[in-house]
Design a protein around this ligand. Sequence first.
Ligand SMILES: [Zn+2]
Length: 204
Amino acid sequence: MPKGHHYGRSQVRPYTSEYPKIKAIIFKDMLTRPLGLFTLHSNQLSEEHSKFESKETKQGKRYLQFDINDTPHRILLELDNRSASNKLYITCPYCNKPRQHLYAIKYAYACRGCIGLHYACQSERPQERLMRRIRKLRKELWGYDWPDVNNMFEQVTYWPKPKWMRWKTFELKRNKITELERRYWGLAIPQLKTMFGAQFMENN
Ligand SMILES: [Zn+2]
């Protein structure tokens, strides 16, 4: 098979399994047990992802509160009474949609939709493709050893011209990278905001 040609389903599983997940069903007891503090026993989860308090809304709905990175994450327990099986769902703290799984990301619990895992069904996420292209073009200009050559938070605007290159060629190449960086952040920022809410990019 030609290299880089085939991205099949095999790429999906490693990607989704990068994040530990919690399943709705494990919280079924929480609907009937007394409210209080609980701990999930899993060596995959951080301490903040393991400790939670079960609480009740004024309307009498049960929810779980995880305090992660000083931010309360409220996960509502929703029983689907329409089906005979009474399936339990947990709601995503970001989009409030009922889900069967939530994923533990660095500072949060979120559903696959909010993390952008749905892109994994395609061969690659668009911003990842862009990022790889930007890094490749940067290395062509500044070399593999250049500090921050892989750092997407650094932008190339003031990086110096390689000695051997003509100014005109350099500017064309650099402007191309700047343009791609702009597109990259256009895709990345809305997604980061969904994940981290208002705390993210407050200085902008
Ligand atoms: Zn969500």
